[in-house]
Design a protein around this ligand. Structure first.
Ligand code: NAD
Length: 267
């Protein structure tokens, strides 16, 4: 086996994704939309998958115009594996190859007390957040004929417990394990698998989730900034790290998770 020597390459070259093709699930808004922007800025062509097909089309058109890259929208429901396979095929057929797959789509409705949670609720959470990401990784790996990178959007809640969101926590803990296991199996295929674990990030999804708490008069700003850096994150805080994970800067990393959490997990 030849050991790739990156030491002579410039930082710009190591960060470049020119010639590479990515699929980002849940790319219409929030963290996913910003990941699409950063990947195209680094030179990748991208398929933007989302259950909100109109939102994906809007986001893809905006990013294509801004970056000059080829950006294609694709309606998908990560709970429907056929749509994941279709997105992977779209990348190969329309954009020529598949190098990067970002399992970003996820849902985080408040669970309520675990003692009351229904099987249907647990099934939905695990189907979207866990099976959707596992199946996405599998469909991507089947088509990454020249190696690649798979990034799983995890969460700091994949590493610790919390009250009221037990089903979400379960779904993200499962993907921490999958990130390790898939890295072992895909490594020999030259496919790296990395997790990125955000703490609280202000997005349309978290705005929706917090609306009832805000209406109840809770001091949300103080709560979400309760970390050593003293502020909530924004989507670009995550997208920059995803870019690092997808680039050759991280060529010797697989199976691990990068916490992007303003130090939340440090305590
Ligand atoms: N925002 C945070 O504080 C935070 C923290 C930790 C982890 N995360 C994770 O980051 C990811 C993105 O979160 P966000 O805050 O940007 O969410 P968001 O709700 O703002 O955006 C999520 C996007 O995913 C899409 N989506 C939802 N269900 C889908 C499905 N079944 N199939 C395809 N697309 C679907 C939505 O339409 C939307 O465009 C999620 O996996 C979430 O669990 C977010």
């Amino acid at each position: 086996m030849t050991i790739p020597d990156h030491s002579h390459r410039s930082l710009t070259d190591l960060l470049s994704l020119a010639g590479r093709v990515a699929v980002v699930t849940g790319g219409a808004k929030g963290i996913g939309a910003q990941i699409v922007r950063r990947l195209t800025e680094a030179g990748a062509d991208v398929v933007v998958g989302d259950i909100d097909a109109a939102g994906a089309a809007e986001s893809a058109a905006e990013v294509a115009a801004a970056s000059g890259r080829r950006v294609i929208a694709c309606g998908m429901d990560v709970a429907d594996t056929a749509t994941l396979a279709a997105a992977a095929d779209l990348a190969v057929v329309e954009l020529g190859r598949l190098d990067i797959w970002v399992n970003n789509a996820g849902i985080f409705p408040t669970t309520g007390p675990a003692i009351d949670v229904t099987d249907e609720f647990i099934d939905r959470m695990l189907t979207v957040n866990t099976r959707g990401s596992f199946a996405g990784a599998r469909e991507a790996a089947r088509r990454m004929t020249q190696g690649g990178v798979i990034v799983n959007m995890l969460s700091t809640t994949g590493f610790k417990g919390n009250v009221g969101i037990s089903a979400y926590i379960t779904s993200k803990h499962a993907m921490v394990g999958a990130t390790k296991a898939l890295a072992l199996e895909f490594g020999p295929m030259d496919i790296r698998v990395l997790g990125v674990a955000p703490s609280f990030i202000t997005t349309p999804g978290t705005d929706d989730q917090l609306a009832p708490l805000k209406a109840a008069g809770l001091d949300i700003a103080k709560r979400v900034a309760n970390n050593p850096l003293g502020r909530a994150g924004v989507p670009d805080d995550i997208a920059r790290v995803v870019l690092f994970a997808c680039s050759d800067l991280s060529a010797y990393m697989t199976g691990s998770t990068l916490a992007v959490d303003a130090g939340s997990l440090a305590s």
